[in-house]
Write a protein that binds this ligand. Structure first.
Ligand SMILES: CC(C)(COP(=O)(O)OP(=O)(O)OC[C@H]1O[C@@H](n2cnc3c(N)ncnc32)[C@H](O)[C@@H]1OP(=O)(O)O)[C@@H](O)C(=O)NCCC(=O)NCCS
Length: 167
């Protein structure tokens, strides 16, 4: 496995990111969707590079809504899409992308993060759980093909006496 690194998305990366999205996920979007997220929260749109090419990405949105933890109005970071090319998986890239995405969300003032993931997507769920996300509820028929999603949430606030984590 070659070295890899994480950096902010640049608009020249658009084609590569869209190609990874189309290869790795059934949820695909037009260019305007990717660029809209980039302009909305550039620090939270990250790519992974290895072998002089883009091999993964994460893009996030900052939203206002009711806290999953306190029921108070808060800013939340939403992991909209993440993928790593199959041949580069299981090397820590996905974990690093999520970790850096969470850090960016905090920079935008978010106090918690959430995401949707297919109930059968064990690889992704495992990464999210290791990073402190937990399943909050099932979103029945969330995906176009009818599959259910788990809504997973993570608070950035540290309870007294709890050790701080890396994200
Ligand atoms: C989910 C996804 C992004 C994870 O990416 P990844 O780069 O494989 O993630 P990581 O390498 O950080 O973690 C995957 C596993 O590799 C392990 N790993 C991490 N670094 C490793 C290393 N250096 N050597 C060996 N294994 C390693 C991790 O422990 C993890 O295993 P576990 O979760 O079973 O404990 C990737 O599977 C993917 O793109 N899936 C398709 C798209 C998708 O489903 N996106 C999510 C939609 S919600």
């Amino acid at each position: 496995m070659s070295d890899w690194s994480i950096r902010h998305f640049d608009k020249d990366d658009l084609k590569a990111v869209m190609s990874i999205n189309q290869t790795c996920l059934p949820e695909n979007y037009p260019e305007s969707f990717f660029m809209g997220l980039y302009h909305h929260a550039p620090l939270a749109f990250l790519v992974a590079e290895s072998d002089d090419q883009i091999v993964g990405y994460i893009m996030c949105r900052i939203e206002r809504g009711v806290s999953s933890f306190s029921r108070l109005p808060v800013k939340k970071g939403h992991v909209v899409s993440i993928a790593v090319r199959p041949e580069y998986r299981n090397n820590g890239i996905g974990t690093a992308l999520v970790t850096r995405g969470l850090e960016a969300m905090k920079q935008y003032g978010a106090s918690e993060a959430f995401l949707e993931v297919r109930k059968t997507n064990k690889d992704a769920i495992s990464v999210y759980e290791r990073l402190g996300f937990s399943v909050r509820r099932v979103l029945r028929g969330y995906y176009r093909d009818g599959e259910d999603a788990y809504l997973m949430v993570k608070s950035f606030l540290v309870a007294r006496g709890e050790k701080t984590d890396d994200a």
